[in-house]
Design a protein around this ligand. Structure first.
Ligand code: AHM
Ligand code: MG
Length: 329
C-alpha cells in the first residue's frame, strides 16, 4: 500500500502530527521544541535533496578546507551545515548551535531556551562512494537565564540533560529517528507527499545480537579487553559489519541488535567520535531503545563535557553485549 493510499485510510501519521500529539500530552508546553523539529525537518529535506543529487551536480568532493580537528571538509558537509543553521536560525527557537563543522558556538536568538548540537553530515568519507550518511542532532535546555547570550555552561551539558536527540539517515530511504525521552520512533520520508511518516513506532533494540561493528584495522592498537572481545565474536562466528558511517552502522544495529564501538587506541586514547555531536545523542537513543552506551568505564550520558569538540571512546548497543565487553575491560 502506498503512503497516499494509507493516508486515505487514515493510517498515516506524519512527523508533525506525531509531535503535535506528543506536545498535547503536556498542556503547559510552549511548543518551542516542536518548532525546532519543524526546522530540523525542513533542513533534513533540503540535505536529502542535495545528497540525492550530489552525483549529478558539482557538490561532491573536498571543499578545500579543514575543520578544527584538521580533517578534510567535504562540500556537502559545508552545505548541510549551512542548511541546518539557516533553518534553525530562521525559526528562532535556539539560543545557540554547536556544530562539528564549526570552531565556536554560534549564537542565535538570546530569547530562546534551547541549545542544539549537531553533526550536520556524519560519515562524510562515504559521500563520494554513494554509501549511507546521516545527520545527528541533540537538544538541551539552556541553564543560563533567557534574554542573554548563551554561555559555555549552556552548551557543555552532560548527555543526561538532553531533552531530545535523533538522526536522519540518508540511505536506501531517508529516515528520521528521534527520542524525547519517551521511547524511540522512526519516520520515513515519503517523497510523493514530501513528508516524514511514522514507519517504525516504539523502536527497541534486542538485548543480544549477532553483529559487531568496529574498525578492525585498528585492532593492534585496541585495549586488551577489546581485543579479547573481538576474538570471542569471531569464535562465535558473529557477523562483522562496519560501513564507517556511524548513523548507518548504528541504525542497522538498533534494528537487528549488535554492538558498535570506537574504542580508544594507543594513538587516540579518547577514540575518534565526538561526545557532543555523536556519542551523546546516540547514547540517549540507545538507552531509550533499551540498550547501553559506555566509554568502557563510564556511562556516556554521565560524562562531564569539558570542550566542544571533545572525543570519548564509545561502546554501545545491545545491553548484554555491552555488559559482556565491559566485564572484559
Ligand atoms: P566524520 O564525522 O568526520 O564523518 O567522522 C565520523 C565517522 C563515523 O561516522 C564513523 O563511525 C567513523 O568516523 C569511522 O571512522 P574510521 O574510518 O576511523 O573507522
Ligand atoms: Mg561525525
Amino acid at each position: 500500500m502506498t503512503t497516499i493510499e494509507m493516508k486515505k485510510q487514515n493510517k498515516v501519521t506524519t512527523l508533525s502530527q506525531f509531535i503535535a500529539e506528543e506536545q498535547a500530552k503536556y498542556p503547559g508546553s510552549s511548543g518551542n521544541l516542536s518548532k525546532i523539529f519543524r526546522d530540523i525537518k525542513l533542513a533534513a529535506k533540503m540535505v536529502n535533496r542535495d545528497v540525492r543529487k550530489a552525483g549529478l551536480v558539482d557538490i561532491l568532493g573536498a571543499h578545500g578546507s579543514t575543520n578544527i580537528q584538521g580533517e578534510e571538509v567535504k562540500k556537502l558537509d559545508v552545505i548541510a551545515n549551512e542548511e541546518f543553521i539557516h533553518s534553525l536560525s530562521s525559526g528562532g527557537d535556539c539560543c545557540a548551535i554547536i556544530s562539528e563543522e564549526e570552531d565556536y558556538v554560534r549564537h542565535l536568538n538570546p530569547e530562546a531556551k534551547y541549545v542544539l548540537a549537531m553533526d550536520p553530515l556524519d560519515g562524510s568519507s562515504n559521500i563520494d562512494v554513494n554509501a549511507a550518511i546521516g545527520t545527528i542532532f541533540s537538544i538541551y535546555r539552556r541553564v543560563s537565564p533567557l534574554g542573554s547570550e548563551a554561555i559555555e555552561a549552556d552548551c557543555l551539558q552532560k548527555g543526561e540533560n538532553q531533552v531530545a536527540a535523533g538522526y536522519i539517515i540518508y540511505g536506501s530511504s531517508t529516515m528520521l529517528v528521534y527520542t524525547t525521552g519517551n521511547g524511540v520512533n522512526g519516520f520515513t520520508l515519503d517523497g510523493s507527499i514530501g513528508d516524514f511518516c511514522l514507519s517504525h513506532p516504539n523502536m527497541t533494540t534486542p538485548e543480544d545480537g549477532k553483529i559487531y561493528s568496529v574498525n578492525e584495522g585498528n585492532y593492534n592498537k585496541f585495549p586488551e579487553g577489546v581485543k579479547k572481545y573481538i576474538e570471542q565474536c569471531k569464535d562465535k562466528a558473529m557477523s562483522a559489519r562496519y560501513i564507517g558511517s556511524m548513523v548507518a552502522d548504528f541504525h542497522r544495529n538498533l534494528i537487528k541488535g549488535g554492538i558498535f564501538m570506537y574504542p580508544s587506541t594507543a594513538k587516540a586514547p579518547n577514540g575518534k567520535l565526538r561526545l557532543m555531536y555523536e556519542c551523546n545523542p546516540m547514547a540517549f537513543l540507545t538507552e531509550q531503545a533499551g540498550g547501553r552506551a559506555t566509554t568502557g568505564s563510564q556511562r556516556i550520558l554521565e560524562v562531564e563535557p569539558t570542550e566542544l569538540h571533545q572525543r570519548v571512546p564509545v561502546i554501545m548497543g545491545s545491553s548484554n553485549m555491552v555488559s559482556e565487553l565491559e566485564s572484559m575491560l
